[in-house]
Design a protein around this ligand. Structure first.
Ligand SMILES: [Zn+2]
Length: 338
């Protein structure tokens, strides 16, 4: 994803309404695919500079988060952060540890909005397994004040529950388009992009975009940053084996990924989990599918629910199949491809 270096951001940023000065964002997946599959760099070359009238600045990498509502996109507001120093604790003596100081980045309790400080608000749609949701609902109903995140015993993470509502998932807004439609749209856009560059699109493609980091290992149990189709459900339970089989014929054709070190805490043992090297959220894996059958669509639906890779029960490997970001977020390139 790229955006203007000078006036970066989505063109219709709801925060600024009609006065939005942003020059728009552009997803480069199809152009990167053209380059990697056909050695055709024309698309990437066309997208070096901002397309806004009279701008001509460089298009730069875009960081942060993007929300998807149907075919529209938004940037969630970013809370202010600060760095805070802490004294290390000695587990045996249960006191301060001599000479151990560390710092950590925390979300501030106040955030600057239009140059005034207001309380930081966090808002989310939360879904999860039944027992987790039952426990969460009980906490939200009974405790007007919650403590969330890590280092709660050090006073961090106190927050007030302002509002919550239980909604039926089917009625939640926005609902994602069915996977079959997304895959079809993705391949239609890809075919159009190929034709505009005089290339032929070949077998159908499936793009998997990570929403949380994902962890994979190779045959020697070493972390791998380039998973194959067979690795997607490499820790499959018996009930998932049919889905794992349906995904294994997928052939990796390209990936745009960043490595990410993940650390987590085992609350039960009171010790850290072993750290792992995985792929960062936002990474995209593109596979070629020999054919698009019901078994494959069933498996794709399953991985959108269950995730891919290892430690899925911790929330790693959340994935979106053929995300509308790739097909619809093109604010610099005229659509349909001329
Ligand atoms: Zn610009």
């Amino acid at each position: 994803m790229r955006t203007c270096k000078r006036h970066g951001g989505l063109r219709d940023d709801s925060d600024h309404g009609a006065e939005s000065q942003n020059h728009g964002a552009e997803d480069l997946l199809f152009d990167a695919l053209l380059f990697s599959l056909y050695d055709n760099g024309d698309g990437l070359r066309e997208l070096r500079l901002c397309g806004a009238e009279g701008c001509g600045q460089v298009l730069d990498q875009m960081g942060g988060f993007i929300g998807v509502g149907g075919d529209t996109f938004y940037r969630p507001p970013t809370p202010d952060t600060r760095t805070q120093a802490h004294v290390g604790l000695d587990r045996r003596r249960r006191g301060a540890s001599s000479g151990v100081l560390y710092s950590r980045e925390v979300l501030s309790e106040k955030t600057t909005v239009d140059s005034t400080l207001v309380p930081t608000r966090l808002q989310a749609d939360v879904t999860g397994p039944e027992p987790v949701m039952t426990a969460l609902l009980r906490a939200l109903r009974s405790e007007p004040v919650l403590r969330v995140g890590t280092a709660r015993s050090r006073g961090l993470g106190t927050c007030a529950v302002e509002q919550f509502e239980e909604v039926d998932q089917a009625a939640a807004i926005p609902t994602a388009a069915p996977i079959a439609d997304r895959v079809r749209q993705f391949n239609e856009h890809w075919a159009a992009r190929c034709q505009s560059q005089g290339e032929s699109p070949g077998n159908p493609l499936i793009a998997l975009t990570l929403q949380t980091p994902a962890l994979f290992t190779d045959a020697f149990l070493e972390p791998t940053l380039s998973p194959t189709g067979a690795d997607l459900l490499q820790a499959a339970f018996e009930s998932e084996e049919a889905h794992a089989d349906a995904l294994s014929p997928l052939t990796k054709v390209h990936q745009i990924a960043r490595p990410r070190q993940v650390q987590s805490w085992n609350g039960l043992a009171g010790f850290p989990h072993s750290s792992g090297l995985g792929l960062a959220a936002g990474s995209v894996l593109v596979f070629e599918a020999p054919d698009l059958g019901d078994a494959l669509f069933g498996a794709l639906r399953h991985i959108e629910e269950a995730g891919i890779g290892l430690r899925r029960h911790f929330g790693f490997g959340r994935v979106r199949v053929c995300s509308p970001i790739h097909t619809h977020l093109h604010e610099h390139m005229p659509q349909p491809y001329a």
